[in-house]
Design a binder for this molecule. Structure first.
Ligand SMILES: C[S@@+](CC[C@H](N)C(=O)[O-])C[C@H]1O[C@@H](n2cnc3c(N)ncnc32)[C@H](O)[C@@H]1O
Length: 234
């Protein structure tokens, strides 16, 4: 079975009354929303190194899809260095992740490598994992509102992936948007599955130019955009 989601138990959070990824096909959703939404892989061509920052790590599906894209890209057409930073307040166990991502044969090799490095002690607040030559995954375990202000990186691409804004508003706070602006270079790109009004307004207020585009599957709309800066930067 490869990507056939009909037979798997899609991970779900009772606390937030939402799924971690699409029940239709999580991997296709990731590729549509976060990779294509950020213009990848074309947008990382010709760069020496890129930093991607994600707001909710969950199962790591978005990270693995990004890693797969990087590994499958010709060396001349991908950045030498890929740094992927992600936040997670409620880390999942290795066993839980293994069980829920096993459906994608495409990812099985890199899933094994990732799981062999995934920390057993989920109480650490920040860990840098050397996934392979050229790729570092930084996991920040805790509240994104507390930990994003401690980051000092220049971010090129944002994957905004909390649970739905109505049940998980902390992931979509003005504090998060202001910190995204602080860490973004002009033209840093963003993509998210939601087109909720308060998310769009918060992003615009923080200096992002956004547009609504077709969402994945039955979702009519999602949002992509780029950082254009505040009044001072224009
Ligand atoms: C939709 S899921 C992310 C799915 C994930 N990107 C994947 O590939 O599986 C949202 C994630 O945000 C996490 N989360 C919720 N509130 C948070 C907060 N305040 N700070 C950090 N992480 C949070 C949840 O535990 C969950 O793992």
């Amino acid at each position: 079975m490869n990507g056939d989601m009909a037979h798997i138990d899609v991970p779900r959070s009772e606390k937030f009354d939402d799924v971690y990824f699409s029940v239709v096909d999580g991997l296709s959703e990731t590729r549509h929303v976060f990779l294509n939404g950020n213009g990848l892989p074309e947008a990382w061509q010709g760069r020496g190194g890129v930093t991607i920052c994600e707001t909710g790590f969950g199962t790591g599906l978005n990270f693995l899809a990004t890693l797969k894209l990087w590994l499958d890209s010709p060396v001349a057409e991908r950045p030498k260095k890929l740094h992927f930073i992600s936040f997670e307040k409620y880390p999942l166990t290795r066993e839980y992740i293994a069980k829920h991502l096993a459906v994608w044969n495409d990812l099985s090799d890199i899933l094994g490598v990732f799981l062999s490095k995934y920390p057993i002690d989920l109480n650490v607040s920040k860990v840098d994992l050397d996934i392979c030559d050229g790729v570092v995954l930084t996991l920040c375990f805790g509240d994104v509102n507390v930990l994003m202000p401690t980051i000092h990186e220049s971010v090129d691409f944002w994957f905004l992936d909390g649970f739905k804004p109505s049940s998980n508003p902390d992931m979509w706070s003005d504090n998060v948007f202001q910190n995204m602006a602080r860490l973004s270079q002009i033209d840093a790109r963003i993509a998210t599955f939601t087109a909720a009004g308060f998310v769009r307004r918060g992003l615009v207020a923080a200096g992002f130019e956004i547009q609504k585009v077709r969402g994945f599957g039955r979702k009519r709309e999602m949002v992509i955009g780029r950082y254009v800066g505040g009044d001072d930067a224009r």
